[in-house]
Design a protein around this ligand. Structure first.
Ligand code: DAH
Length: 369
């Protein structure tokens, strides 16, 4: 509940960085293809979270030990898949849902009761998926002329094999290039068969990164029942879900998932102002407390530009303070036109990896700077 009451649900900067990187890729910021849905309510009905996704009645995820129930028919979404039904019903054919999800979990280095996911859904009409021959004739149909009575490992009962294979190719190409974008083209990838109640066939994409196989996402061809119950009768589609923290931990070298919730500016400042494509590697913060000083002064003359001064001051502070300066930030600028004076204020945050610093110890440096 503490997590829910946090300030206007501003997502941690680091998760946002990765999220922007995913959506900037191909999705484009104004998203020509995918509608971006990031304000879906985090309290959903149990129908949305489970039933609409064909989750079996006795599935472990329905237990009160796994899901946060608000009342008997509402819960905190345990995955962004919970919005698939409603968004398809509202008429969307291609969308991304971005949001925080909640699971009752033990808390440790890699588990936390709240994390973030991106869900993707893409539906195709027959012509979109399979195209037409030059004479205008259909190449193939989405649905089998005679549905199989039993499902096959490679396809659902009602789907044609052509349509399943065509959407599978689209799905895999799309996600492989997203993965290349995140981990680099050189990183080896592999597809692993998986099971989800809402897709068939289902897969997981793994990438070999930093010497080990990392599971990046789950995906598959959407169960046709799901589309039908949302009123979609003439399309088939694929879906995927990515958990963001686990990937951010690997990409940015963050050793503990709990750090995402840190309010320590030594952690947060490492992600502020970075662009999604910047190389970011987390530098471990010290367990010792910070010592904070504000430094204010007049600029030598008013002809010195604020900007030019700032870069010189950053250098000077880092030169004088050395390794112990964890952060420097310009916090205020002021110009008194009448008196012909300009001033600036900087906040210096000191912190040592070895010991707790005292204010007195660092006070002398302020004058030097
Ligand atoms: N909802 C799944 C989870 O949280 C992830 C997922 C898997 C989403 C496959 C999908 C999918 O859309 O097709 O573990």
């Amino acid at each position: 509940m503490d997590l829910m009451s946090r300030e206007e649900f501003v997502d941690p900067e680091d998760v946002e960085l990765l999220e922007k990187r995913c959506r900037g890729y191909r999705f484009g910021n104004r998203s020509p293809l995918f509608t971006i849905c990031e304000s879906e309510p985090r309290v959903v009905t149990t129908y949305q979270n489970f039933d609409s996704l064909l989750t079996p009645q006795d599935h472990v995820s329905r237990r009160t030990s796994d899901t946060y129930y608000v009342n008997s028919d509402h819960c905190l979404r345990a995955h962004t898949s919970a919005h698939q039904h409603t968004l398809m019903q509202s008429g969307l054919d291609a969308f991304l849902v971005i949001g925080d999800v909640y699971r009752r979990d033990e808390v440790d280095r890699t588990h936390y009761p709240c994390f973030h996911q991106i869900e993707g859904v893409r539906l195709y009409s027959r012509d979109e998926l399979l195209g037409k021959k030059s004479d205008g004739e259909n190449v193939a149909d989405l649905f089998a002329a005679k549905p199989d009575t039993e499902r096959l490992p490679e396809k659902q009962e009602t789907h044609s094999l052509d349509a399943t294979k065509a959407s599978e190719i689209q799905l895999k190409q799309f996600l492989e290039s997203l993965c290349d974008e995140l981990f680099g083209k050189e990183a080896e990838k592999r597809w692993v068969d998986a099971y989800f109640p809402f897709t068939h066939p289902s897969y997981e994409l793994e990438v070999f990164y930093n010497g080990q196989w990392l599971e990046v996402l789950g995906c598959g061809i959407m169960e046709q029942k799901l589309l039908e119950s949302a009123g979609v009768t003439d399309k088939i589609g694929w879906a995927f879900g990515i958990g963001l923290e686990r990937i951010a931990m690997v990409l940015y070298g963050i050793p503990d998932i709990r750090l995402f919730w840190s309010k320590d500016t030594g952690f947060l400042s490492q992600f502020v102002g970075k662009s999604p494509t910047d190389e970011v590697k987390y530098k471990q913060i010290s367990a010792h407390p910070q010592v904070i000083f504000d430094l204010s002064f007049f600029l030598p003359t008013t002809s010195v530009q604020f900007n030019d001064m700032t870069s010189d001051v950053y250098d000077t502070i880092r030169n004088v303070g050395g390794e112990l300066v964890e952060q420097v930030k310009l916090t205020d600028e002021f110009e008194n036109k009448k008196k012909g004076k300009k001033s600036q204020t900087y906040r210096i945050v000191y912190r040592s990896h070895e010991k707790a610093l005292t204010k007195e110890e660092k006070y002398g440096e302020k004058g030097k700077m």
